[in-house]
Write a protein that binds this ligand. Sequence first.
Ligand code: FAD
Length: 511
Amino acid sequence: MSSVTPPASALPSSLYIATVEQAPIAISITNAKATILYVNAAFEQLTGYSRDDIIGQNESVLSNNATPPTVYQHLWQTIQNKQVWKGTLVNRTKQGGDYLAELTIAPVLNAQGAIDYFLGMHRDVTKEHALEVGVRQQHARLETVLQTAPVIVVLFNAAGQVLLNNLEYQRLCQDVRDGEPLALLRAALREQAGFDVIAQAFAGKSFKEVEIRLDMPGSGGSRWFACAGSIVNEADSSARGYFDQTHETAPHLLLLANEVTARRREIERAHLENLRARLAEQQLAQGLREALTAACYQIQGPLNLIQAATVMFASDTNDGQINAFADTLRQISAASETALTTLQSALPPEVVESGVLVNINQLLRHVLELETDRLLAAGVVVDWQPALVLPELSGHKNQLRSLFKYLIDNALLAFNESRRSQRELSLITRALDDAVMVMITDNGPGIALANRFKVFEPFYIGWKQRRGRAGMGLTLAQEIVNQHNGSIEIDPTTHDGCRMTVILTGVRDAH
Ligand code: FAD
């Protein structure tokens, strides 16, 4: 049987010498004290020392004294324990140039197992080191830019796993209290655009300048962000992808969100001023309508009685006295009817609003801002807990505004009638399946369970201070809620004050 590879002992020793001599790595052989006995051509070339220069010298001639002594201590401990040492040293060439040597030292043992020689192999890794430092520096620079940029930056995969984020993003995490705001940003983007913007972006459609609003819990108010998203394709770093650089891994999405709250607040402020004026006008008209409707209703009752009596007495035609009385009744009835018609025609016309898409959080916050002075003057602590993202619903903005204003005004009246020194008003919004729920809770005297439904009846007045009240407010509030296909009720489980729960699904004529 013939062997292709001859046993090592069969190879001529000249082959070993030629192999080591021509090896493209600097090789040296030393005695047990690191005195150099042999160096190859690559060693001469790298260090600048010829064999004649260096044979008989210690390897320490290569040291440029920049390597810490602890490294040498570790080197010697390792090789004297008959183990291979691998490490990096700072060397100096004969010409005085520094280079980084990636060095491997292997002990060569004799037949008795004692160290006779050391085999040293080293290569210049100065360029690799420079490259590595360059990459590290670049990374540090990018990290500084990323962390100090006044923009939210988050990189995530299709499964929603965050791979990279910055300080602004982490701040948002704290502000939304729920920890991970990515899902909220995504929901707000979907809400704003009407479709899943992120899913589309993963499918290759990047987006920019999509403005979203997040309603922060507590006194955080609303915050606006201009968002942009684009796909980041990363090269495959696996061994398999070494030659095939066209093979890409699953894409990531880079989402940037630039806060534009200050600009939006300016616009909002102007809008609010306009609203304040409109709401005051509206309230005046509504108050008048309430009072006139109440007056008409009050007149209608006796008028019905007079008309019935007129019919009754009109049937007896023989008695002149009764006929005269019936005649008088007819005149009274006619005069009353004229008065009623006059009153009815004085009713300010109902403004017909068209339905628009309304964000209840925004609307409620506007009303709160409009009521701020009154709430502050009454010493009321407001706990505003909006749903972070609320679907828009079709509604009549002015009507909804007066609905919420009315309910908050009622809470203020309730506080005035209670002796409680700590006055708390809580406003909570929640998204339901196809509706929006608003809970307005005050810790005033509350409404007795027996009156839970009665308060919605026309002309019911439960306040101690009845002056200036028509008892029509909650009736009108219910009417507005009905128009929005919703419900309003007093929560029977709230005993410490009053909680009004309003559910709205929206009007049908929105466009
Ligand atoms: P040294 O006084 O030589 O040594 C510093 C410390 O090293 C000592 O305090 C001691 O802890 C330890 N030490 C040194 N010699 C011995 C020994 N014989 N026994 C036990 N401990 C000892 N150094 C380089 O800077 N560049 C190289 O490329 C390089 N190549 C080497 C290749 C081989 C094969 C070997 C065996 C050593 C090599 N060395 C190299 C190490 C070198 O021999 C020196 O130890 C080192 O350069 C430090 O020199 P120094 O004069 O500063 O201090």
